[in-house]
Design a binder for this molecule. Structure first.
Ligand code: AMP
Ligand code: MG
Length: 358
């Protein structure tokens, strides 16, 4: 077993065996240390994922509560399952009437539409009826009939999602349409949290919302935040490390949610052009971008596009970088990450290359 794996397992072990006295003493010491440097951390479950917030600030304890409340507030607006959420009301009124929504819901729907247009509809917030047909919003998953997929694809056009900024309303033009912000809402939430915390004077924090990470500033000693890019084939391993400050890092991958039927895996990222899980030759896409909202939408969209189209798209933009892990075992990072990404996948037969603009 390589050292990297040992570290990963050791970290997991700390949590698994934290009942013993020795571990408790270590934990106590860590707690003392963290108090000294005003380091506060909380873990909670929201937006269908595990969230861990680390805040370094003398008022960290209250700020953690503020952060959790902000997440709940957004979840109550944006969830597709919570009764009376604004998104649920929009969906229930599809083909019926426009729904008046808050500034957050309006901004996110607008961002979702913009990212759809920017990515040639690889990102599609109206894909929900198809996602539902695959069972990804339910407990029961199964491969839908092709006729079902074909029929539902007529309900997924972003042109039929009308966002009226002047009147603060959203209208889904056809009955049966629905929006699903699962591919962008956590990114938006991370931006809102960062804004809230910075506004309260936080200069050092790390927010982790499932696959979405947002770094505020640097660590208190001025060193960079370090995060691992997971090996999509092994939850206890990683393909490389990113060292960053003041940036968001979002990963999408088929490995994050899938089911198996007749020995084949079907994952949750749907290609809006076919209605089937995107089979684009990628295992994961990690986006590094100042905007968490954009990073989230792009990680989903570039996964759908596949490596070649994603790199072509990246070359037309200048506000993000990306790391791709392909089904062929290649790790490709875009050139802006030359210094901040350290490839570590060689032990597991991954190969590495840097993609350049030229
Ligand atoms: P992410 O984990 O950010 O890549 O988002 C994946 C989630 O977004 C899925 O679980 C679906 O709820 C939704 N989704 C699936 N395919 C798409 C797509 N092509 N565009 C937008 N959202 C999608
Ligand atoms: Mg996403």
């Amino acid at each position: 077993m390589n050292l990297k794996k040992l570290i990963a397992l050791g970290l997991a072990g700390c949590f698994l065996f934290s009942g013993c006295a020795e571990q408790r003493a270590v934990a106590q010491q860590m707690l003392e240390n963290s108090k000294q440097e005003n380091r506060y951390e909380s873990t909670s479950f929201a937006m269908d994922t595990i969230m861990t917030f680390t805040i370094i600030h003398e008022d960290g304890e209250e700020l953690l509560i503020d952060a959790e409340q902000e997440v709940r507030r957004l979840e109550n607006l944006l969830s597709v399952t919570i009764d009376n959420s604004e998104v649920k009301q929009i969906n229930e009124n599809a083909g019926n009437e426009p729904v008046r929504v808050s500034a957050d819901t309006l901004a996110l729907l607008q961002a979702g539409k913009e990212m759809g247009a920017a990515t040639g509809n690889a990102f599609d917030i109206a894909i929900s009826p198809v996602v539902k047909a695959w069972g990804f919003t339910e407990e029961e998953h199964s491969v839908p009939a092709q006729e079902t997929i074909d029929a539902l694809l007529t309900l997924t056009s972003l042109d039929d999602v009308t966002v009226d900024v002047e009147n603060s309303t959203v209208y889904l033009e056809k009955e049966g349409m629905a929006v699903d912000l699962g591919g962008i809402a956590k990114g938006y939430a991370s931006d809102k949290l960062a804004e809230l915390l910075k506004g309260k004077g936080v200069e050092s924090a790390l927010l982790s919302l499932g696959g979405n990470i947002c770094a505020i500033g640097t660590k208190p000693d001025g060193s960079l935040w370090k995060t691992a890019v997971q090996n999509p084939l092994d939850a206890n391993d990683y393909v490389g490390l990113l060292e960053v400050s003041d940036i968001c890092i979002v990963t999408s991958g088929g490995y994050q949610r899938y089911f198996e039927q007749n020995g084949k895996q079907y994952h949750h990222i749907i290609d809006p052009a076919t209605g089937w899980p995107a089979e684009s030759g990628l295992l994961s896409v990690t986006i590094v971008c100042e905007s968490g909202t954009k990073a989230d939408a792009l990680s989903t969209a570039l996964f759908v596009m596949g490596l070649d189209d994603a790199l072509k798209y990246w070359k037309t933009q200048n506000d993000f970088d990306a790391i791709f892990v392909t089904t062929d075992g290649e790790v490709v990072a875009t050139e802006g990450l030359k210094d901040s990404f350290q490839f570590e996948g060689q032990d597991n037969d991954f190969t590495y290359r840097l993609a350049e603009r030229g």
